[in-house]
Design a protein around this ligand. Structure first.
Ligand code: GTP
Length: 600
C-alpha cells in the first residue's frame, strides 16, 4: 500500500477544519467526521469555541484521476489533526513528527499570522515537505497573490508553489490531493527492523483503557506483542490495534509508515505520554525517537467548590478529567478563606479555562477559581531553594534572598500602523525587544517577556489596541531574577490568602489599587461598610470600601405578582451560587479574578 501521512497547520480561524471536512467529503468520507466525533468523544467545547483541542487522525483512500479510464493508482492518506492553540505547541510538534508533509494554510484575506510562522518553523524543524495553500479565495477581500508572496518573504516557500483554494466552495481541493501524492514523500522505515513507534496522542476509553495513537517509524507491531515504553521502562501487552477510518478499525498489525491505535491494557494516561517511543521487548530498537518531553503544567490556579459539600464530587470529577489529560495535574490544598480545594496545573490559560468549564458543565459543579499563577523559584536567605506556584505559600520577604520567574519568547504579528502602541504595551509588560522584521506592510515583533505579565489581560489588550489585527505566539525560554512582591488582600480586616498575588515591585501599587476597586465594585453591599485593602508585608497600599446598603430586590415588585417575586428570588439565589462566605462577607467569583480585570 502507498501511504501519505500529512497534517494541516494554520493560524486559528484560517479554515483548517473546514478544509479538512472538504477533503474528507471529496474522498467519500462525508459524515464520517460526525461519526468520529461520537466514537472518540470529541469535546463539545471544541465545537462551541470553534477551536481544535484534540482530534483523531483519519485514514482516507485516494484514487488518482486517470485519463486512460482504467482507474488510477491508489493511495492511503492519513490526515493527522493538530491542536489549534499556543497552549498545545508540544502536541503540535509531536503530531507533525508523525507526518512527512503538511498543508500550510493561510487565509487569503488575512495573510501570514503569528501561528502561521511558528507552525511553519515547527514543520521545517521536523524536516517536513510544506505545501502552501492559500485558503478562502472566495472571500471578496481575498488577495491570494499577496498572501503567497508573504509566505515566500517570511517562510521562504516560493510563491509559485502555493495552491489557491477554498474550503467553502471546494476550489483547489483536487489540486491539493494531487500535490499530497506528488510532493509529500512516501514514509520510509524498514518493516522488518526493530519496532520504533511514536506516541503522538492518547485518549482514555472506558472499555479498553488508554488508546495510544501511534506512528510506526520502523518495524511491526501485532496483538500479543509485549511492548516497552522508553520514558518509564514499563511493559504492556498489546491487546488490540488498528487504524482510523475514522472510527477505530481493528487490524492484524501496524507496520513502518502506518498510523494507527494500540490498546495495551494501560490504565493510567500518565503512562502514555505524547512524544514517548514504544518498542517491542522481543525486538527492541536501541534509540527512541528524539525530543521527548513529559507534559509540564506551567500555569496554576486553585479550584474550590462554592458549596463545601461538593468537595468529594470535585475530587471525583478531577480524577475523571485526569484520566484523559496527562498534561493536567491537581493536588489537594487548603485555604483559610476558601476551605478545602485543589491546586490545579495547566498548559496555559486556555487549557485552564477549558478544564474549569468542563467541570462546571459536565459535572455540574459550581467553582471558585483563584487567579492563575506561574512557577517561581525562590532562594531563601538560609540558602534553601523553594519552588512554588502558590502566592499563598510565599515566604515572607525577609526570608527571601532572590526570586526567579519564567520568561517567554513572544512573537507578535501586526499591521505597521499599530506597532507603536503594541511596543508600548510590551514595554509596560516588562518586555525587551529581540528583533523586529518587516513583512510587506506588516511587522513581526520578537520580545522576551516575563510569563506572568501575559497571564492577565494581555491577549485582550493586544487585540483591542490593534483592532483585532495582531496575533501572537510564545514559548517559555528560561528563568530570570525579578523584583517581585506579594500583595495581600484583606476583606473586612481579614486576610484572604486565596486572593494574594505576586507582582513586580514597580506595579504593586497600581495592581493593589485595581484589585481593591474592582472588589469593592463586585462584592454585594452589606448592612455595614466593608473595607477592602491591599497590603505588602502588612503595610496597607490601597483601600476601598463596600458601602453599606441592603439590596432588596422585592421592592421592585410593588407587592403584586407572586410568581414574579419567586422568579426574582430564585434568580438571586442562583447568583449566590458562585459566592463564597468569607467571615461575614459573601465574596463573588469575580472578586477572586479581580486581578484579571481588563481596566488598567
Ligand atoms: N469564505 C470562506 N470562509 C471560510 C472558508 N474556510 C473556512 N471559513 C470560515 O472561517 C471560519 C474558521 O474556519 P474553521 O475551519 O473553523 O477554522 P480552523 O482553522 O479550523 O480553526 P481552528 O480549529 O481554531 O484552528 C469559519 O467561520 C468558517 O466558516 C473558506 O474557504 N471561505
Amino acid at each position: 500500500m502507498k501511504f501519505r501521512n500529512f497534517s494541516i497547520i494554520a493560524h486559528v480561524d484560517h479554515g483548517k477544519s473546514t478544509l479538512a471536512d472538504r477533503i474528507l467529503e471529496s474522498l467519500g468520507a462525508m459524515g464520517e467526521r460526525d461519526k468520529r466525533d461520537q466514537t472518540l468523544d470529541t469535546l463539545e467545547l471544541e465545537r462551541e469555541r470553534g477551536i481544535t483541542i484534540k482530534s483523531t487522525p483519519v485514514r482516507l483512500n485516494y484514487t488518482r484521476p486517470d485519463s486512460s479510464g482504467h482507474g488510477g493508482e491508489e493511495y492511503v492518506f492519513n490526515l493527522i489533526d493538530t491542536p489549534g492553540h499556543v497552549d498545545f505547541g508540544y502536541e503540535v510538534s509531536r503530531s507533525l513528527a508523525a507526518c512527512e508533509g503538511v498543508l500550510l494554510l493561510v487565509d487569503a484575506s488575512q495573510g501570514v499570522e503569528a501561528q502561521t510562522i511558528v507552525n511553519a518553523y515547527l514543520a521545517i524543524d521536523s524536516g517536513l515537505e510544506i505545501i502552501p495553500v492559500i485558503n478562502k479565495i472566495d472571500l471578496p477581500a481575498a488577495d491570494p497573490e499577496g498572501a503567497a508572496q508573504e509566505m515566500e518573504d517570511v517562510v521562504g516557500i516560493p510563491a509559485e508553489h502555493a495552491i489557491f483554494a477554498s474550503g467553502k466552495t471546494g476550489v483547489g481541493v483536487p489540486e491539493i490531493l494531487e500535490a499530497i501524492v506528488e510532493r509529500i514523500p512516501a514514509p520510509s522505515g524498514d518493516p522488518e527492523g526493530p519496532l520504533k513507534a511514536l506516541i503522538f496522542d492518547s485518549v482514555y476509553d472506558a472499555y479498553q483503557g488508554v488508546l495510544l495513537f501511534v506512528r510506526v517509524l520502523e518495524g511491526r507491531v501485532s496483538p500479543k506483542d509485549k511492548i516497552n515504553l522508553f520514558s518509564n521502562g514499563k511493559n504492556f501487552d498489546v491487546e488490540r490495534l488498528g487504524t482510523f477510518s475514522p472510527g477505530l478499525v481493528v487490524g492484524k498489525s501496524l507496520e513502518a509508515g502506518e498510523v494507527g491505535w494500540i490498546a495495551a491494557g494501560i490504565r493510567d494516561i500518565v503512562d502514555a505520554q505524547v512524544g514517548d517511543t514504544i518498542t517491542r521487548t522481543d525486538f527492541p530498537t536501541s534509540e527512541p525517537f528524539p525530543g521527548f518531553k513529559p507534559a509540564q503544567p506551567v500555569v496554576f490556579s486553585g479550584l474550590y467548590p462554592t458549596d463545601t459539600e461538593d468537595y468529594r464530587k470535585l475530587r471525583e470529577a478531577l480524577e475523571r478529567l485526569k484520566l484523559n489529560d496527562a498534561a493536567f495535574s491537581f493536588e489537594p490544598e487548603t485555604s483559610e478563606a476558601l476551605g478545602f480545594g485543589f491546586r490545579c496545573g495547566f498548559l496555559g490559560l486556555l487549557h485552564a479555562e477549558i478544564v474549569q468549564e468542563r467541570l462546571e458543565r459536565e459535572f455540574d459543579l459550581d467553582l471558585i477559581a483563584t487567579a492563575p499563577a506561574v512557577i517561581y523559584r525562590i532562594t531563601l536567605t538560609n540558602g534553601e531553594a523553594l519552588v512554588t506556584q502558590n502566592p499563598a505559600q510565599f515566604p515572607t520577604r525577609d526570608r527571601i534572598e532572590l526570586i526567579e520567574e519564567p520568561y517567554i519568547k513572544m512573537s507578535v504579528m501586526l499591521p505597521e500602523e499599530h506597532v507603536g502602541s503594541v511596543m508600548q504595551l510590551l514595554q509596560e509588560r516588562r518586555g525587551s525587544m529581540v528583533t523586529m522584521n518587516y513583512i510587506g506592510r506588516r511587522v513581526e515583533l520578537i520580545y522576551q517577556v516575563p510569563f506572568a505579565e501575559i497571564l492577565y489581560d494581555f491577549h485582550d489588550r493586544l487585540k483591542s489596541i490593534s483592532r483585532g489585527y495582531a496575533s501572537m505566539d510564545y514559548e517559555i525560554i528560561d528563568y530570570r531574577e525579578g523584583d517581585l512582591q506579594k500583595v495581600d488582600i484583606y476583606v473586612n480586616n481579614e486576610i484572604v490568602d486565596a486572593l494574594a498575588v505576586i507582582v513586580h515591585e514597580s506595579k504593586a501599587y497600581g495592581l493593589g489599587r485595581k484589585v481593591v476597586d474592582k472588589m469593592a465594585e463586585v462584592i454585594p453591599r452589606q448592612m455595614w461598610a466593608v473595607p477592602v485593602q491591599a497590603a505588602i508585608g502588612g503595610k496597607i497600599i490601597a483601600r476601598a470600601t463596600v458601602k453599606a446598603y441592603r439590596k432588596d430586590v422585592l421592592a421592585k415588585c410593588y407587592g403584586g405578582d407572586i410568581s414574579r417575586k419567586k422568579k426574582l428570588l430564585n434568580k438571586q439565589k442562583k447568583g449566590k451560587a458562585r459566592m463564597k462566605q468569607i467571615g461575614t462577607v459573601e465574596v463573588p467569583q469575580e472578586a477572586f479574578l479581580a486581578v484579571l480585570s481588563t481596566e488598567d
